[in-house]
Ligand binder design. Structure first.
Ligand code: C2E
Ligand code: MG
Ligand code: MG
Ligand code: MG
Length: 281
């Protein structure tokens, strides 16, 4: 906990705060050029059927490596920045386009029956025609509604509800998979679940974390899976990191699992190799 040590402490605090703002501004300027400089890519993390172990879906996760940097900047850092500055629209369009292009290429190469899911964040959903753009993107790449799904958090869903409900319903009826991401961490009541056309729940990884160690966490995880199933939804466990956790969600009849225990998010070449070898008879 920060303790202000007279004026010196305050100055330290201000300096620290200021440095952070400068760093963020610098990141924003670099992020503005990330698309043109081809610094963005998508990594893909598999979701496996708990019952069969088969890879069913791939979540597309945005990666940014500035050309002058050694490492990736975490999306947990740059997505919120992009949201604040409005850059998220260009990034989001890029993600949509790239995920659809890649899925079309995979289908062409015979890797069929695997869905790609993209993440849509708050401001992105608040832009008029966000979902119509998504549909246009599917069409442009000759994809079926089943080929690419979307993930939204509960807060996004509720904030954007009045604008997007009609579009969401259309997508839902056309067969697009719609998942609630990070389920259980939003500030909403459960009642929203009956108002929104969704197909899946992704139970947040914080509930997974200690589920194999603490009965309380286990109960919450179990309850979330139960609610999902009673509402006819497919349930995905996020952040499965060890065999004990897999055993648990198997006992709870969770449908799909995603996490480091199986695979980290992977670059295209790696995921392709994995799919090709796991598709062999
Ligand atoms: P998310 O959509 O909930 O994605 C899951 C995050 O959990 C990913 O982090 C993934 O790498 C991480 N993860 C997966 N399995 C495990 C595990 O077993 N243990 C742990 N500790 N972590 C695991 P990542 O890629 O850093 O992305 C963070 C967040 O950034 C995403 O959370 C999503 O909200 C956002 N994001 C990423 N890509 C996009 C994008 O293209 N568009 C938008 N709007 N948001 C994105
Ligand atoms: Mg997600
Ligand atoms: Mg998630
Ligand atoms: Mg998350």
């Amino acid at each position: 906990r920060a303790k202000m040590d007279g004026l010196g402490g305050l100055r330290f605090f201000q300096q620290h705060h200021y440095d952070e703002l400068v760093r963020q501004q610098h990141l924003v300027e670099k992020l503005e050029q990330a698309i043109e400089r081809e610094e963005l890519s998508l990594h893909y993390q598999p979701q496996l059927s708990v019952a069969s172990g088969r890879i069913e879906n791939l979540e597309a996760l945005l990666r940014w490596k500035p050309s002058d940097a050694e490492a990736f900047v975490s999306p947990a850092e740059f997505i919120p920045l992009a949201e604040r500055t409005g850059l998220i629209h260009r990034l989001g369009d890029w993600v949509m386009e790239e995920a659809c292009r890649q899925q079309a290429a995979w289908k062409q190469a015979g890797l069929t029956g695997i869905r790609v899911d993209i993440n849509l964040s708050g401001r992105q959903m608040l832009r008029a025609n966000c979902l119509a753009r998504f549909e246009a993107c599917l069409e442009r790449h000759d994809l079926a509604p089943q080929d690419v799904g979307i993930e939204l958090t509960e807060n996004v869903l509720i904030e954007a509800a009045s604008m997007v409900l009609e579009d969401l319903r259309r997508l839902y009826h056309r067969g697009v998979r719609i998942a609630i991401d990070d389920f259980g961490t939003g500030y909403s009541s459960l009642s929203y679940l009956k108002h929104f056309p969704v197909t899946s729940l992704k139970v947040d990884r914080t509930f997974m974390q200690d589920a194999h160690l603490r009965p309380e966490d286990r109960s919450i995880l179990e309850a979330a899976i139960f609610i999902g199933h009673r509402l006819g939804l497919e349930v995905v466990a996020e952040g499965v990191e060890c065999a004990e956790q897999l055993t648990l969600i198997r006992q709870m009849h969770c449908d799909l699992a995603q996490g480091y225990y199986f695979h980290r998010p992977m670059a295209v070449a790696d995921v392709q190799r994995l799919l090709e070898t796991s598709e062999l008879p």
